[in-house]
Design a protein around this ligand. Structure first.
Ligand SMILES: Cc1cc2nc3c(=O)[nH]c(=O)nc-3n(C[C@H](O)[C@H](O)[C@H](O)COP(=O)(O)OP(=O)(O)OC[C@H]3O[C@@H](n4cnc5c(N)ncnc54)[C@H](O)[C@@H]3O)c2cc1C
Length: 212
């Protein structure tokens, strides 16, 4: 049975490892458009303050481990652009060379994850504006912090925004969080959110609420 998996991070590689454990003669190809497999994005905010030393420290298993130890045909720089369900084929382009590729599958898993929302705002491409999703994103932020950065504004007061705020505060930045709606951590009940607001104020974070 030929398995093809699109996406080499948490979902894709836990599925791949389940197949490895369950099947003696597995034939698994993973198509990852980036260069890094199986890493814990959860740790990335903590590289800002140095609680986690380096962004690469969050990598759980390298691509070589998947290839050499587990016999997975783990590809990097393979961007999937089309699935042909009739012929059971996956098509795409190798990002480094522009060459097309094609893989046949018996079973296909799309584990391509999510991307940060990139609002269609004027100035969104200006220097000094970042997302935090991947190891390269985090490296970009760390590199920018080598400049004389004093003030940090975070758009979005959910889990990741708060973790980033905590870590920027830890390294002495003035931090403002801008949150749409009336409370940080919108999934929480208001009494719990109040505790978070109090803690944020104790840490001298600036909070701005924007209704939209
Ligand atoms: C900063 C941050 C902190 C987080 N903290 C926590 C936490 O504390 N606790 C928690 O539970 N979760 C946390 N999360 C969420 C967690 O990281 C995600 O839920 C998890 O990474 C999802 O895994 P995934 O494999 O579904 O998707 P992803 O991690 O997004 O992986 C998808 C992969 O597919 C690849 N891909 C996408 N499209 C294509 C294509 N067309 N062709 C080839 N490859 C493609 C991408 O390059 C990527 O490697 C955090 C996330 C972030 C960004």
């Amino acid at each position: 049975m030929k398995y093809v998996i699109i996406g080499g991070d948490a979902a894709g590689m836990s599925a791949a490892m389940q197949i490895v454990r369950a099947k003696q003669n597995h034939d698994i190809t993973v198509l990852e458009r980036g260069e890094i497999y199986s890493y814990g994005q959860c740790g990335l905010p903590y590289t800002i303050s140095g609680i986690v030393d380096e962004p690469e420290d969050v990598i759980a298993r390298s691509v070589e481990t998947f290839r050499n130890k587990y016999g997975i045909n783990a590809k990097i720089n393979h961007n999937v652009t089309n699935v042909d369900q009739d012929n059971k084929e996956v098509h795409g382009t190798i990002t480094t060379t522009g060459e097309p590729f094609k893989y046949e599958y018996d079973k296909l898993l799309i584990a391509s994850g999510a991307s940060p929302v990139n609002p269609n705002w004027d100035g969104i491409d200006l220097s000094g504006i970042f997302h935090v999703k991947t190891i390269p994103d985090t490296k970009d932020i760390l590199s920018y912090l080598k400049k004389d950065v004093k003030n940090v504004t975070i758009v979005g007061g959910g889990y990741i925004g708060l973790e980033m705020a905590e870590n920027f505060k830890e390294i002495g930045k003035n931090v403002t969080i801008i949150q749409r709606g009336h409370q940080l951590m919108s999934p929480f009940d208001s009494d719990m959110a109040k505790l978070i607001h109090n803690e944020a104020e104790n840490k001298t974070l600036m909070l701005s609420s924007v209704n939209q």
